[in-house]
Structure formats: structure tokens, C-alpha cells
Design a protein around this ligand. Structure first.
Ligand code: UDP
Length: 314
């Protein structure tokens, strides 16, 4: 049977792919976004679909809808954006979770939370398993997001225990692909745009810090599998476990673009995690999920996307 599904943050990078895939599976999708970082352009493929509805709404305020499932994906997620208005970031995480969990409780909807590898902070164990409790700064510049997302997870488990809400939590690691924002300050978008415009590639710190990058298609498949899997609340890590240093990434992107850019070093932001790599054994075992995209293939698609975007802006 077709479901009526709410996607908060549905005009965002990941949310828009979710809306699209859910519609393609025959569902009716209500997308709710305050357009703080979301963008209508991300929805061009579905905007006129009869099974799609777009609402401008900020989830820090309650909303009354009748739904079968909720994907709670509203929140600025790049460090530049979530640090721009830290109080609003916490409100989105915490008040947003309370409002969406309240909606799930009333409608008996299944609800999935977009959690994050940031809940592990600057991790002391490597790779990070779901059991790891994290090393998070309470009051640093990333805390609004890290602690906000941690509190949201706590709320999810408490609504499950106290009100028997059917909750699920995915912990999303660094994700990239077309529809990333040009100005979100993230490493993949920054490096690609810098390379395409032959500007200096800005490596923060010595570039020895690592990340593991998952292509958006793989990630969205993992989220949908988690939502469908019966009796599996998670939390589950979703990410690509192939790790790379930021300096290597800078070199790789410069080479792929064939750019004349020079790599330069800039100051490392406060509390920037030194290493990040997901342990995805749980997702593999329970969901049969394993990212398919090699980094080179995903980067190629992302470079093409930004190249076209820059071309259109000329
Ligand atoms: N970074 C960088 N240059 C940039 C943007 C980011 O060297 O122009 C680094 C950043 O300091 C971090 C890593 O790349 O170590 C990933 O940053 P991003 O903001 O993409 O996400 P994070 O994983 O830190 O949330």
C-alpha cells in the first residue's frame, strides 16, 4: 500500500533525494522545509508530481499532519552553516525532534532520525562503532550541532521507552554528491570549486586529518533500508569506510579536474576531528548494505555537477 510520508528538510541535499526515491516507489510525499539551507532547485524533478506536496515550515514549531512515516532530516549540517546561527541549530535539533516525535506519537507513524558521526566528537577509537560513546566538547563551536544531535537521539530513545514510538536512528558520516551547496564550506564542494576555478585549494591544518566519504546514492539506499527493516531501530552507522587524508583528497581532486590550482594550508578550525571512519559491520550484517560507489566515480559525478552549475552562472 502507498504510504503518506513526511520528509523534514526535504529540500536539502539528502532530503531531496529521499523525497524523489520515495515518490518513485509510489508513495505520497509531504516535504517540509524552512529553506534555511534547502533549495527548491533540488526538487525540480518532483515539484509538479501529483504525489508531492511542499510546505514552507520550520520544525521548531509544531505541525499537524496525518502521516504513516516521518524522515526527520531538517537541520543545517555543514560546519559553516550550523555555526552561523548556533541557537537555531540547537532548536532545530531539539525542539524539532520533540515536535516530530510528538507527531509520530499522535499518528502512530514510524519515524527515522538523521543523526550524525558528529555525535562521536573527536573520536578516540578508530573506526567508530555504534557502541562508542564519543568525545564531544560541550561548549566548543561544533557543540550546537554535536550536542543538539546527541540530545535528539536521547529524545528518540526516550519516546520509544516511554511512549512506545516506533523510532529509528541512522548516524550519517561525511556524504557528498550533486546538490551539495556551492557555499556550504564543506571540503568536497570547496576543493572542487577551487579546482574548477583554478583558485588556491585551501587545506586546513597540515591536511593529515582523515575523513571517509560516502556517495549520496549509497547513503540514501542505506537510509531507506533502515526504515524498511522490521524490528531494527539502530542506531546504525551509514558511511563509506574508505578513509583518506584531506591532503590526499586535495591532490586527488586537483588531478581529476586537471586544475592549475596550488594547494595551500590554512588554520585548522577549533575541535576539527582528527580521524573519522565508520565501522559499518552492523549495517552490512543487518541490512545487507555496502556502499557501491568508488570515490573516483562519485567525485566524477560531483565535479560534473559543479562544472555545470558554474557554467550556468556565467
Ligand atoms: N577542510 C579543509 N578545507 C576546506 C574545507 C574543509 O581542509 O576548504 C577540512 C576540515 O578542516 C575537516 C575536513 O576538511 O578536517 C572535513 O571538513 P567538512 O567541513 O567537509 O566536514 P566535517 O567532517 O569537518 O564535518
Amino acid at each position: 500500500m502507498n504510504k503518506r510520508i513526511l520528509v523534514t528538510g526535504g529540500a536539502g541535499f539528502i532530503g531531496s533525494y529521499l523525497c524523489e526515491k520515495l515518490i518513485n516507489k509510489g508513495n505520497y510525499v509531504i516535504c517540509c522545509d524552512n529553506f534555511y539551507t534547502g533549495n527548491k532547485d533540488n526538487l525540480v524533478n518532483i515539484l509538479n508530481d501529483k504525489n508531492f506536496e511542499l510546505i514552507r515550515h520550520d520544525i521548531t514549531f509544531p505541525i499537524y499532519l496525518e502521516v504513516d512515516e516521518i524522515f526527520n532530516f531538517a537541520c543545517p549540517a555543514s560546519p559553516v552553516h550550523y555555526q552561523n546561527d548556533p541557537v537555531q541549530t540547537i532548536k532545530t535539533c531539539v525542539h524539532g525532534a520533540i515536535n516530530m516525535l510528538g507527531l509520530a506519537k499522535r499518528t502512530k507513524a514510524k519515524i527515522i532520525q538523521a543523526s550524525t558521526s558528529e555525535i562521536y566528537g573527536d573520536p578516540e577509537i578508530h573506526p567508530q562503532t555504534e557502541q562508542y560513546k564519543g568525545a564531544v566538547s560541550i561548549n566548543g563551536p561544533r557543540a550546537c550541532y554535536d550536542e543538539g544531535k546527541r540530545c535528539a537521539e536521547t529524545l528518540f530513545w526516550d519516546y520509544k521507552r516511554q511512549h512506545d514510538v516506533n523510532v529509528k536512528v541512522v548516524r550519517i558520516f561525511n556524504t557528498y554528491g550533486p546538490r551539495m551547496q556551492k557555499n556550504d564550506g564543506r571540503v568536497v564542494s570547496n576543493f572542487i570549486i577551487q579546482a574548477l576555478t583554478n583558485k588556491n585549494i585551501t587545506v586546513y591544518g597540515d591536511g593529515k586529518q582523515t575523513r571517509s566519504f560516502c556517495y549520496v546514492d549509497d547513503l540514501v539506499d542505506g537510509i531507506l533500508l533502515t526504515m524498511e527493516k522490521k524490528d531494527f531501530p539502530g542506531p546504525v552507522n551509514l558511511g563509506n569506510p574508505v578513509e583518506i587524508s584531506i591532503m590526499q583528497l586535495a591532490e586527488e581532486i586537483t588531478e581529476m579536474v586537471g586544475s592549475k590550482s596550488k594547494i595551500i594550508n590554512k588554520e585548522l578550525p577549533i575541535d576539527d576531528p582528527k580521524q573519522r571512519c565508520p565501522d559499518i559491520e552492523l549495517a552490512k550484517k543487518t541490512l545487507g548494505w555496502n556502499p557501491k560507489f568508488q570515490r573516483k566515480d562519485g567525485l566524477k559525478k560531483t565535479i560534473e555537477y559543479f562544472d555545470k552549475l558554474l557554467e550556468e552562472e556565467k
